[in-house]
Design a binder for this molecule. Structure first.
Ligand code: SF4
Length: 441
């Protein structure tokens, strides 16, 4: 494995080998060209789906280039989150400071769009020139009578994962600032970004069980709900990589307990419903959850069986942001007859990778914080038929001549819940079995 940099050797392992668990949760190696994005990007991914807030990027226009509009987070109401605003810092601002420009831009935008709150993101250059963004935010909060929150996210301060933490700290400044009575059996849904409307599918399941949804953080998010989030009985946390820190802050300060779930694949989806019913110690709720699962599986399993027969023997590579999602994907692929031969993530923990090692077949490559060179070699060596990942993995797959399934924020197809599982099977089938791959090298 000459293509693995010497300093990264212990971040790669094979399932079933006698090696100890892989090294993870460390800064990316310089020169490795990690698939991880910057701190600012991490904070933006988490906060941007709050649809009635203003999101202003304080930095050069390039930082704002990747707009939220091409991503899939949907709103059932306001759509201010789809607009990408930037202070467009120029050389003159870098020399003389960008505070005046920030104040003028934010003030005008707040007056124009009347948001419920504003998030001001500091990028690399702001961290270097030292603009007093906190001070500007304080002034604007007082003048405009809305929360104006400084998101201190200069890209060089770490990786995308550090950006998640910054976003959680920013959100926590809203939590507890409003108090409205809500039903006793209420939950907050954390870490679902309502890609292709997935959140609405999940909310419907919980509603059928008699669970009240208080705040959705941050998919289809609303500022007022987040301000009142501390009144919920439970935080149900998906994509634990991005939101577990907010859940911890709410546990420590407001004694709101949390549980980690995944909504991908029928096993983990069903567990998510049962676990919530178990938490409320409510027999009627549990019975409704069982009925719901039975109803959904009766429809779904025969259809999945067909895909399983077609896809038997196909091999998949998975490289995603959070390892908890990777675990669900391994199980979901197994259900439709697809063997996982590579599993990796950008932000997995030791605990996550231990679960993956136990779950995967012997010889499966397990990798933390990988790069395009490694991924390309793994995919070829393991003879994968399909690659499941995000926007940065797509070109790797296509350059090799391999089918790709988008399981990240750009997708337009719901993959969560029971209907999401069927969509996933359809997509894997359509991609892996496409005749087009016969014409690639
Ligand atoms: S690394 Fe810095 S300059 Fe680049 S996008 Fe992130 S914040 Fe902007």
């Amino acid at each position: 494995m000459a293509y693995i940099l010497e300093e990264r050797v212990n971040q790669v392992s094979l399932a079933g080998s006698r090696e100890k668990t892989i090294v993870c949760e460390k800064a990316s190696l310089a020169g490795s060209v990690s698939q991880r994005a910057c701190v600012f990007c991490g904070s933006r991914v988490v906060l941007y789906p709050i649809a009635d807030a203003l999101h202003l990027i304080h930095g050069p226009i390039g930082c704002a280039a990747y707009t939220w509009d091409i991503r899939g987070s949907l709103s059932s109401g306001p759509e201010l989150h789809r607009l990408s605003f930037s202070t467009d810092l120029q050389e003159k601002d870098v020399v003389f400071g960008g505070e005046k420009k920030l104040y003028a831009s934010a003030s005008e935008l707040i007056d124009t769009y009347q948001p419920k709150a504003a998030f001001i993101y500091s990028t690399c250059i702001v961290g270097v020139i030292g603009d007093d963004v906190e001070g500007v935010c304080r002034q604007l909060s007082a003048e405009k009578s809305i929360p104006v929150i400084s998101v201190q996210a200069p890209g060089f301060q770490g990786s995308k994962k550090d950006g998640y933490k910054v976003a959680c700290e920013s959100l926590f400044r809203l939590v507890g600032t409003q108090n409205r009575p809500i039903p006793k059996k209420s939950i907050n849904i954390l870490g679902d970004f309502n890609l292709a409307g997935e959140l609405w599918i999940l909310m419907e399941y919980y509603r059928k069980m008699g669970v009240h949804i208080n705040a959705t953080i941050t998919g289809d998010g609303r500022v007022d709900d987040i301000c009142n989030a501390h009144n919920a009985a439970l935080n149900v946390v998906q994509c634990s990589g991005s939101m577990s820190y907010l859940a911890k802050l709410m546990q420590d300060h407001y004694q709101v307990p949390s549980m980690r779930v995944s909504y991908f694949g029928i096993e983990d989806m069903s567990d998510a419903l049962y676990d919530v019913a178990r938490f409320f110690k409510d027999d009627e709720m549990m019975e409704k959850a069982r009925e719901l699962v039975k109803f959904e599986l009766t429809r779904l399993l025969p259809q999945l069986e067909w895909y399983k027969n077609q896809l038997k023997g196909k091999r998949a590579a998975i490289y995603v942001g959070g390892a908890f999602k990777a675990i669900s994907l391994v199980k979901a692929l197994r259900l439709i007859g697809v063997q996982t031969v590579i599993v990796g993530s950008q932000t997995g923990t030791t605990e996550d990778y231990d679960i993956i090692r136990q779950l995967c077949d012997e010889g499966t490559v397990i990798v933390d914080d990988s790069n395009p060179v490694e991924l390309s070699h793994f995919v070829k060596e393991k003879k994968a038929d399909i690659f499941i990942g995000g926007v940065k993995e797509r070109p790797i797959a296509h350059k090799i001549g391999l089918g790709f399934c988008d399981h990240n924020h750009e997708r337009k197809e719901a993959l969560a819940g029971y209907e999401g599982m069927l969509n996933f099977a359809k997509e894997i089938y359509a991609t892996a079995m496409s005749p087009v791959w016969r014409f690639t090298k």
